[in-house]
Design a protein around this ligand. Structure first.
Ligand code: SAM
Length: 314
């Protein structure tokens, strides 16, 4: 349930700010409870968390290592911010107009941005700030996603891909900051009707695409794609640059399957959707998180599912 924005009544400075998801509020709160996180304040758009121990998977974006800055006036805020970084991103909510005036002097040129995959949003590495009180702002240099609220507005292709599912993949790869390169070998498990396979073939990767159902004819025409009809889990680990999975199956089945890949050492880069039916069990999420070089996130273009990303850079 959304609450009205509230000003910080007592000076409890959070160490982490989680941007609340529109549709998965309960999942986020269950996850915070599971990890015994202390929510010190909630606004309509955010939870302010006392500790900074982990990245909540259900948050749209997480600002970590949050710091506070007191100031006397708008000019003073701008001066103090510039002393920390030459350029900032602003997330407006509490005291939005005052924050926007401060932002005018310190943020990069505003341009409504539609992203062409694979490109990162402008200013994606700049620190972010928001107002907590009229003379107190909160800021972070450690933002979990390329935009302060996590949302990535992509230029869509409405002609070829058979569904919008490719947006989930683009989002995961954009926030990872890496994607398959031309000539790399990738496997796409549970690929029908073929949006992910299409997106991967656009990157000029060699795609082994597997599903029990057929791919759309238009996708299948691409010479970079080899399609096999059958059980995705019959594919045994073999040298591969990337493994992708959007198979609908129980999380435990996916977990056991990816473990066979990790143990084989044949692949180091994975993007796999964990499909959740009914209540999302935070313990299930946690077992994926604990795999080496792993991160679990909810992609904003996805539904009731989380994405396990495993990559040497994590
Ligand atoms: C969400 S859809 C995949 C959508 C796909 N990523 C795309 O972009 O078009 C899930 C797919 O998993 C497939 N699937 C489920 N269990 C499977 C299995 N054991 N082996 C192969 N495919 C399976 C279903 O046939 C379905 O096409």
């Amino acid at each position: 349930m959304l609450r009205k924005p509230q000003l910080l009544s007592t000076r409890v400075i959070p160490r982490q700010i989680a941007i609340r998801p529109k549709d998965f509020q309960k999942e986020l709160l269950d996850e915070l409870k599971y990890h015994r996180a202390t929510v010190v304040n909630s606004t309509a758009l955010t939870h302010w968390i006392q500790e900074d121990r982990f990245e909540p998977a259900w948050a749209d974006c997480v600002w970590r290592d949050v710091k506070s800055l007191e100031f006397d006036s708008i000019k003073d805020a701008q001066k103090k911010l510039r002393e920390i970084s030459p350029r900032w991103r602003y997330h407006g909510e509490l005291l939005h107009r005052r924050g926007a005036l401060i932002a005018e002097g310190v943020t990069g040129k505003k341009k409504s941005e539609v992203l062409q995959f694979p490109n990162l949003p402008l200013y994606s590495s700049d620190p972010v700030f928001t107002l907590a009180e009229s003379n107190l702002l909160l800021y972070s240099h450690s933002v979990s996603r390329p935009t302060p609220d996590g949302y990535l507005p992509f230029q869509e292709n409405k002609e070829v891909p058979p569904s919008r599912a490719y947006l989930k993949l683009w989002e995961a790869l954009t926030l990872l900051g890496d994607w398959p390169k031309p000539g790399e070998s990738v496997v796409d498990l549970g690929s029908s009707p073929g949006s992910w396979t299409w997106a991967l073939s656009q990157l000029k990767a060699n795609v082994l695409s597997i599903d029990r159902s057929d791919l759309s004819e238009q996708v299948l025409r691409d010479p970079n794609i080899e399609f096999r009809r059958g059980d995705a889990f019959s594919i045994k680990p073999t040298p591969m640059d990337w493994v992708f999975s959007d198979v609908i199956c129980f999380p435990q089945k996916l977990f056991e399957y990816v473990q066979t890949w990790l143990e084989s050492g044949h692949c180091k880069r994975f993007v796999c959707n964990i499909k959740l039916t009914g209540e999302a069990d935070p313990a299930v999420i946690d077992q994926f998180k604990k795999l080496p070089h792993s991160r679990v996130i909810h992609v904003l273009h996805g539904k009731h599912e989380l994405t396990w990303i495993c990559h040497p850079k994590i």
